[in-house]
Write a protein that binds this ligand. Structure first.
Ligand SMILES: Cc1cc2nc3c(=O)[nH]c(=O)nc-3n(C[C@H](O)[C@H](O)[C@H](O)COP(=O)(O)O)c2cc1C
Length: 179
């Protein structure tokens, strides 16, 4: 099973990216957890352009198409989610890559709910399947804890680890039902 982690932040010390790293580290056996690294390199979406024209776009679409589920963590900027993330998902709209894709959200801030809710509307519009009950919020906004320090906090490991494990079980169950 392959799960793809997506951070909406391009910041070097991004808390959302750290949560995605933790999700990768906490993934159970049998799960290949890949972190998308194309977002900051994608050209602006334009329906006149072809996915095959850009290697990085092709890689992004292929990564999502080949995944069994997505874990997303994003900051909120001026009550929206970053344009980087919208641009990346816009490239998927005219493809089948995101159709029926299960997704769950991590959050580094308890207050950034407007961006999160709006992103969920977009992903459900794109036929994604939102696993709301698996969401995890780790309120580390304003802290500068390193990944190493976060990994030393049992509660964080347990919460994210349990959620990713349940996510993988649900994906397996749902895929079994759809055979
Ligand atoms: C330009 C800018 C605008 C922001 N606007 C909001 C906002 O509207 N609501 C909010 O809750 N946080 C807002 N924040 C705070 C970020 O969401 C917060 O710093 C976030 O944790 C950054 O994520 P990162 O550490 O993954 O980069 C803003 C931050 C920046 C830099």
């Amino acid at each position: 099973m392959r799960i793809v982690g997506i951070s909406g932040s391009l910041r070097a010390e991004s808390n959302n990216s750290k949560l995605i790293e933790i999700a990768k580290i906490c993934s159970p056996a049998g799960v290949e957890f890949l972190i998308a690294d194309q977002l900051g390199k994608l050209p602006h979406f334009n329906p006149d352009l072809d996915i095959e024209d850009f290697e990085v776009v092709f890689q992004w679409v292929d990564l999502i198409r080949g995944s069994d589920g997505l874990v997303i963590s994003s900051p909120e900027y001026a009550r929206g989610y970053p344009g980087t993330l919208k641009n990346a998902f816009d490239w998927l709209v005219q493809t089948d890559a995101h159709v029926a894709k299960p997704f769950m959200m991590l959050s580094a801030s308890a207050r950034s709910t407007i961006a999160k809710d709006s992103l969920i509307v977009v992903l459900e519009t794109m036929s994604g399947i939102y696993k709301k009950h698996l969401d995890v919020t780790i309120p580390i906004l304003g802290t500068s804890l390193s990944l190493k320090q976060l990994l030393e906090t049992d509660e964080i490991i347990d919460k994210i680890g349990d959620s990713i494990t349940d996510f993988s079980k649900e994906i397996k169950r749902d895929e079994g039902e759809n055979i």
